[in-house]
Design a protein around this ligand. Structure first.
Ligand code: ZN
Length: 421
């Protein structure tokens, strides 16, 4: 019994980053977005050290035979929420569960995400994720590399006001949330909220520029920040080297966010030609999260799944995102990969590739959006490519994903920082 247990533990814990020769049947070059043929990727000390033509042996290296497989850089999902996973009981659970419960669940979500081929994620909201990130970095638990926003910043009653939908008695006991809790009204509050995120250890700032689908509030698309509040956030964020990600469904809120200088628009449901032009002018990225849209539109049809105030928003907004993505792609807006997992089930992130291709984006560009382009959004100069000096993050799928994008759901090999999972 003891031997079996020990063996299980050894399998479960990651191997040390040794020198590995990953012999790939084909390699997707994320910069040119094309397949370059058989390659052997040599990794040591957590980085790619060489990329050799063909499948060859390398003295002293452990060999991984991936003939018949396509290798590519580890995928990056720019919009997840590792601290939660929505379900019909999410709303009541907020009153029963502790952070420890959410943290323990998050460990499982992190492991699923990594094994699905996502070696890096940007988490756009959830305080527990800051601790999950640290635990993963310390090697205590298994999961992707995380860039975490910590608490999202909202205005009073906005999409990320943590006291939405609770009764007056509880509201009285909890008090009015302020910048510390990520709720701001006015530019001074906005500055304080960004500085508080710095104090908390966030890696990126997230704002909810318009209403949202899952919050206990009526409007999913009304603007929720004034120009001066957004500008205060973006300017303060710059002082700390932070990019700002803006959740937005409605047009007016998006406009204010883009003109205010945010880096990404998340969801972007009601974008139109005017917004596309504005994004191109400002160099703003679009992170579509089609998966979340499809998920909530489907669940809106299940009686009782969402509260009455949420269901109509889920139906209307959810169904729209894929159409918007199709138009944005045609208009030439810069698009990077994000799913909003935590709305849908963690580990199903690769569904987004299929939805992007369905929306008119060629498979090679969808893969590029989750590698080369997503790394640009993160400002990470050693992620998103398989090149000497880059972090040894590699995924492989059987066959050719450019012919059949659904192969991205059949990940056969995952390496992060040179460690095989
Ligand atoms: Zn989200």
């Amino acid at each position: 019994m003891r031997t079996i247990l020990l063996a299980t533990l050894l399998v479960a814990s990651p191997v040390v980053a040794e020198t590995v020769a990953v012999q790939c049947g084909d390699l997707f070059d994320s910069k040119s977005a094309r397949l370059v043929g058989a390659r052997t990727i040599v990794t040591s000390d957590g980085r790619v050290s060489q990329v050799l033509p063909g499948r060859v042996s390398v003295p002293g290296a452990r060999e991984v035979d991936l003939s018949g497989h396509t290798c590519m850089p580890g995928w990056i999902d720019l919009h997840v929420h590792m601290a939660s996973q929505s379900g019909p009981r999410s709303y009541e659970e907020r009153f029963r569960l502790d952070d420890a419960d959410y943290a323990l669940r998050a460990v499982g979500y992190g492991e699923k995400t990594l094994r699905a081929g996502f070696t890096t994620v940007r988490d756009l909201g959830g305080e527990v994720t800051l601790k999950l990130r640290d635990a993963i970095n310390a090697g205590l638990v298994t999961g992707p590399r995380i860039y975490a926003a910590g608490k999202s910043i909202a205005t009073t009653g906005g999409h990320a006001d943590p006291t939405n939908g609770i009764n007056s008695e509880l509201s009285f006991v909890l008090g009015t949330p302020g910048p510390t809790e990520g709720v701001v009204d006015g530019p001074m509050d906005a500055r304080q909220a960004v500085r508080q995120r710095y104090k908390d250890g966030s890696d990126v700032i997230k704002i909810t520029a318009t209403g949202g689908v899952l919050s206990y509030a009526k409007s999913g698309d009304a603007p929720q920040f004034m120009d001066d509040e957004i500008r205060a956030i973006v300017e303060t964020a710059k002082d700390y080297g932070y990019a700002v990600a803006a959740h937005a469904h409605g047009k007016e809120g998006m406009k204010r966010a883009i003109e205010g200088g945010v880096t990404t628009i998340e969801h972007g449901t009601y974008m139109d030609d005017e917004i596309f032009a504005l994004m191109k002018k400002h160099g703003t990225w679009y992170v579509p999260t089609i998966t979340a849209g499809r998920f909530v539109a489907e669940k809106a049809r299940v009686p009782g799944y969402f509260p009455d105030i949420v269901r109509p928003k889920a139906e209307r907004i959810g169904g729209q995102i894929q159409d918007t993505f199709a138009k944005a792609y045609k208009a030439g807006v810069k698009i990077a990969f994000g799913t909003d997992m935590g709305v849908g089930p963690h580990g199903d992130n690769a569904l987004e590739f299929g939805y992007m291709v369905e929306g008119g984006m060629p498979a090679n560009e969808a893969l590029q959006a989750a590698t080369f382009k997503a790394a640009q959004v993160l400002g990470a100069s050693d992620l998103g490519q398989v090149e000497p000096g880059f972090r040894a993050d590699i995924v492989a799928v059987p066959g050719n994903p450019l012919d059949d994008i659904s192969l991205t759901r059949k990940v056969a090999f995952v390496m992060k920082d040179g460690v095989v999972y």
